[in-house]
Design a protein around this ligand. Structure first.
Ligand code: SAM
Length: 219
């Protein structure tokens, strides 16, 4: 993305995302987020935290929360929220999920919500997530995905390019569940739902948890 695009669209996308996500959360997404995030515990890493929609949903079982957000406008908005909510217990890193600045096996839980759609190299990000997770750690995910209905998936394909341009890189047609399934993780719990009050192309949701496949790290 060019510098002019980043300066203008990046800033307005962060503002628009914060507002629209607040509304979608109020219309029901927050309950799905909560269902996913109550399973987080121990030292937890939230990838591509955006404007911080997950922040208030972590349970006390999370004893250390680390956020990452590489995009400068999103990060600014997130810092404002952390300051407003006086969240001095949270660490924030400006790092892409494909290159995490953390040591191997240092987290109990990695969280990705609505982020595999945007990360340029989602498979690399999942390999990084596996690297920083402890062997008995878990991945929690909540993602909008490619529809299982071929006709609907074609509609997502048609809208992919303009949508990606408008939303600073979100691919509405990505099969993120397949990406998780072909990563070092084994999906243990999977639910499907619909994103409430969202544009049609973002409706299909998957959420659940995954653990490191037994063979991971043994080679
Ligand atoms: C649709 S927002 C989701 C934000 C938040 N996780 C949520 O659930 O509302 C996607 C986020 O991914 C971030 N992102 C973009 N590229 C990324 C990368 N390489 N690694 C991690 N996050 C990235 C964007 O800046 C944005 O904040």
């Amino acid at each position: 993305m060019g510098r002019v695009y980043e300066a203008t669209c990046g800033r307005s996308f962060a503002a628009w995302y914060g507002l629209s996500m607040r509304l979608i959360d109020e219309w029901g997404l927050r309950e799905i987020r909560r269902e996913v995030l109550t399973q987080a515990s121990g030292r937890t890493l939230d990838l591509g935290s955006g404007t911080g929609a997950n922040l208030c949903l972590y349970a006390p079982e999370v004893d250390e929360l680390v956020l990452t957000e590489p995009e400068v406008h999103m990060q600014r908005s997130l810092r404002r929220r952390l300051a407003a909510e006086r969240r001095t217990d949270v660490e924030l890193f400006q790092a892409p999920a494909e290159e995490l600045p953390f040591t191997d096996s240092s987290f109990d839980c990695v969280v990705c919500t609505m982020v595999l759609c945007t990360i340029p190299l989602p498979a690399t990000a999942l390999t990084e997530a596996a690297r920083v997770l402890k062997p008995d750690g878990k991945l929690l995910f909540l993602e909008h995905v490619r529809s299982e209905d071929p006709g609907f998936a074609r509609l997502q394909d048609r809208w992919e390019k303009p949508w990606r341009f408008l939303t600073a890189g979100c691919h509405c047609n990505r099969d993120s569940l397949a990406t998780i399934e072909s990563s070092p993780f084994t999906v243990e719990r999977l639910r499907r739902s619909q994103m409430p009050m969202a544009p049609l192309i973002l409706k299909p949701l998957v959420y659940g948890s995954a653990t490191l496949a037994a063979a991971w790290g043994s080679s």
